[in-house]
Design a protein around this ligand. Structure first.
Ligand code: ADP
Length: 258
């Protein structure tokens, strides 16, 4: 922090008063360094798949197109990189809209069971492929939250997708929810690889991944948990995590009760 004192007076004039300007430079510097880090992450994340597209196209143009096996392999890599670029751009724009509060949230009474039912239609497929038991534990009485239905779906599908992605074959994912004072707490618990203590507070940062290679391999953009955090906060809620390496993780999202 710096403190600047300006005597608002010309030389020789009597002193009419003092203007004190307090600049919280530390905060400005922190924001500026976050902005720089973000721009550098974005360019890095976009450049990597773009470089694959360019290299494959050039090699094909130089004659590799004649070899059918190489051609198919390169075309597949171009396709995968394009999908990745699309996912990155989609997630970046989504996050920017939530952060600038441009995302139009339509707050209504949203049934958790209803949202989870829709998510499970796709999540069950990837869980079954990876031999992961995906179990739902609804409370006896139906509970709803006050929120934007699409926002609640975004939060829960990201948490459930991650739980399945970061759990080894044969593991399990349990989703439960219940009232907690004026809020509803929804937990997504997995028996997955867990998150090291030092990374726990960083995983909600944009592009932060514990293991970049693994995240990319699973099709992750590194933006999912940032989107979850900002969406929950925009709806008056929060998301927290508890984890043990090798044992699993539990993500809890709290949203205002409906
Ligand atoms: P990604 O697209 O890489 O999954 P996220 O923002 O969703 O990005 O998550 C950030 C990082 O947090 C992941 O790369 C992973 O390292 C870690 N992570 C998220 N969820 C889990 C989980 N359920 N178990 C273990 N690690 C997780």
């Amino acid at each position: 922090r710096t403190l600047s004192l300006h005597a608002n007076r010309l030389p020789g004039e009597p002193c009419p008063g003092v203007v004190m300007v307090l600049h919280d430079v530390t905060e400005l510097r922190r924001l500026e360094s976050m902005r720089r880090e973000f721009v550098s992450s974005v360019s890095h994340e976009l450049k990597t798949p773009l470089a694959v597209v360019q290299a494959c196209t050039e090699t094909l143009q130089m004659g590799a197109v004649e070899d059918l096996a190489i051609r198919d392999n390169f075309l597949e890599q171009i396709m995968q990189s394009s999908v990745r670029l699309n996912d990155l751009i989609h997630d970046m724009l989504h996050l920017a809209r939530i952060e600038s509060r441009e995302e139009a949230f339509d707050i209504t009474d949203v049934s958790i069971a209803g949202v989870i039912d829709k998510i499970l239609q796709t999540a069950r497929g990837s869980a079954a492929t990876r031999k992961i038991a995906l179990r739902i534990h609804p409370p006896e009485a139906e509970i709803s939250v006050m929120g934007d239905e699409e926002g609640v779906r975004t939060i829960l599908s990201n948490l459930i997708d991650n739980a399945v992605k970061y759990t080894i074959e044969g593991g399990s994912v349990d989703v439960a929810w219940g009232e907690e004072g004026s809020h509803v707490a929804i937990t997504v618990k997995d028996t997955g690889i867990g998150i090291p203590q030092a990374s726990l507070e960083r995983i909600f940062e944009r592009f932060y991944r514990v293991d970049k290679a693994r995240s990319r391999e699973m099709g992750g953009t590194g933006l999912g948990l940032s989107i979850v955090k900002h969406t929950a906060q925009a709806m008056g809620g929060e998301v927290t995590v508890q984890s043990q390496v090798g044992e699993g993780s539990t993500f809890t999202v709290r949203l205002p009760r409906g």
